[in-house]
Design a protein around this ligand. Structure first.
Ligand SMILES: [Zn+2]
Length: 152
């Protein structure tokens, strides 16, 4: 089980493992990331609400590591959810990683994994050869068609 934080949705983190998150994360998402949340919820993502006792336990641990001031309510509850579910926490947030380690919660870093797979793609114009990070129907410069290319 993987517990996803907001940035995991924003950065299109992908895993074949079962995933979970907390309802508060949805409130931090907009646009495509919010649609992704809904789609994943529709396909079986588990929404977990951690117990208050666990939340307080995470807060105590965060106070000990000096990270509590850096953590939002959502952050604390995400760590609590991962702790209760015995799941891996997917986040790039250092304060959350610190507290998770203190509690022996395994952490998966988004930047090292999910993003590299998602962002390696470039789109190249067949006409002028310009490269774009995002796909367009037509090259915005010369109007020719674009094709996907992997720069690696
Ligand atoms: Zn072009």
């Amino acid at each position: 089980m993987y517990v996803l934080d907001s940035s995991a949705f924003i950065n299109e983190y992908h895993t074949d493992e079962q995933i979970a998150t907390i309802p508060l994360v949805k409130e931090e998402l907009e646009g495509e990331a919010a649609f992704r949340f809904d789609a994943l919820e529709g396909s079986g993502m588990h929404l977990h609400i951690p117990e208050q006792d666990t939340v307080e336990r995470i807060e105590r641990a965060a106070r000990e590591t000096g990270d509590l001031a850096e953590l939002s309510e959502t952050d604390v509850r995400l760590v609590a959810a991962a702790f209760e579910l015995d799941a891996r926490l997917v986040t790039d947030d250092y304060a959350m990683q610190n507290v998770a380690e203190k509690l022996d919660v395994a952490v998966e870093v988004i930047a090292r994994d999910g993003i590299s797979e998602q962002r390696d793609w470039l789109f190249q114009c067949a006409g002028c050869g310009r490269e774009f990070d995002e796909n367009h129907d037509r090259c915005p410069i010369c109007g020719s068609s674009l094709s996907r290319k992997n720069p690696a």
